[in-house]
Design a protein around this ligand. Structure first.
Ligand code: FAD
Ligand code: A2P
Length: 275
């Protein structure tokens, strides 16, 4: 085979297939038996706003099998990162959890979502409240220079059942604080607060309870949530969203959207009953 023919035989890292991109998997990292992260090649024309989600999936029996996923990488990154649950009998993740570098993942063309800074009014401090894989959109946002330009302080909270489930967030925040582009801003402005609910931790308790009791404010050394200075983004289960939405509204926060920016915004980390 000539060199030119050999080059042609290598499939491109991103292939356009009608409504989707088919993107080569570069990296897969398993955190627990229920959580993993992976990185795929980014299509050159793929644009998104930090905090948005997109449909991704695998081809199954010649058809795309797709689910919504938050993009976990920043807009300036050359790859696309995702952070995923492994549901043993889940149609997609029972298969997706076995992907290897060199495999292909389908990525939709139209990212959307409300966890974007455009949906919030200006404020002094931005709270990002997450449980489980709900940290994924914030993995993008905490690497976005624009977030640190808009807010004096950024507080990322992550609550999981166990310490092992906090590992992705811990590694991420450490890497962000060390990053040549964003590290200086993150070291100055980003706080990371973690708690667990089904193990002993340095801090235990649901984020809702920790806000209500004043424990969060005490831990980070800030005043209780106040709509005159604070803005809030929430991502977790439907039940967690419903409770935090009620908590925010009871404190006078107005929900925002892309069409009408407000004081807080919410997005489900997975579909289910609730909000
Ligand atoms: P499904 O049949 O879709 O789900 C089976 C059951 O598993 C669900 O009923 C639910 O109880 C549970 N479940 C599903 N996803 C989760 C989860 N993330 N955490 C805990 N329990 C779950 N999932 C991610 O892993 N990462 C993301 O970044 C992500 N972003 C999302 C963004 C949006 C806006 C929405 C609506 C969902 C998001 N999801 C995310 C969930 C994702 O779309 C799928 O549900 C998940 O990949 C499981 O797919 P499945 O086909 O294997 O199982
Ligand atoms: P808990 O262990 O008390 O249920 P899940 O895996 O079920 O999505 O939960 C992830 C984390 O979110 C867990 O720490 C869980 O606490 C917490 N959580 C579940 N429901 C709520 C809720 N309604 N409000 C606040 N936190 C919640």
């Amino acid at each position: 085979m000539t060199q030119a023919a050999a080059a042609q035989a290598i499939p491109p890292r991103v292939i356009e297939t009608g409504a989707f991109f088919s993107c080569e998997v570069d990296v897969v990292i398993h955190y627990t038996d229920q959580l993993f992260a992976f990185r795929v090649a980014r299509p050159a024309s793929f644009r998104f706003r930090a905090g948005e989600f997109v449909m991704i999936g695998l081809e199954r029996e010649g058809k795309p099998l797709l689910r919504a996923y938050s993009i976990a990488s920043p807009t300036w990154d050359e790859g696309l990162d995702f952070y995923s649950i492994k549901v043993a009998d889940g149609a997609l993740t029972s298969r997706l959890q076995h992907i290897q570098p060199g495999d292909r993942v389908l990525v939709g063309r139209k990212p959307v979502g409300t966890l974007v800074t455009d949906a919030l009014k200006p404020g002094r401090r931005l709270y990002m409240l997450s449980t489980g894989t709900g940290i994924a959109p914030f993995a993008s946002l905490i690497r976005e220079p624009d977030v640190y330009e808009r807010f004096d302080e950024v507080v990322l909270t992550h609550t999981c059942r166990t310490q092992a489930e906090l590992a992705y967030g811990r590694e991420l925040v450490a890497a962000v604080k060390d990053d040549p582009l964003i590290g200086e801003m993150a070291r100055e402005k980003l706080m990371h607060f973690t708690s667990v609910t089904r193990e002993d931790g340095p801090v235990t308790g649901r984020i809702t309870d920790l806000i209500e009791s004043g424990a969060l404010s005490a831990h980070i050394g800030r005043e209780p949530l106040d709509p005159s200075v604070d803005r809030v983004m929430v991502c977790g289960s439907a039940a967690m969203l419903a409770d935090l939405k009620a908590l925010c509204e009871a404190r006078g926060f107005i929900e925002g959207s892309n069409a009408a920016p407000g004081d807080f915004v919410v997005e489900k980390a997975f579909a289910g009953e609730g909000v």
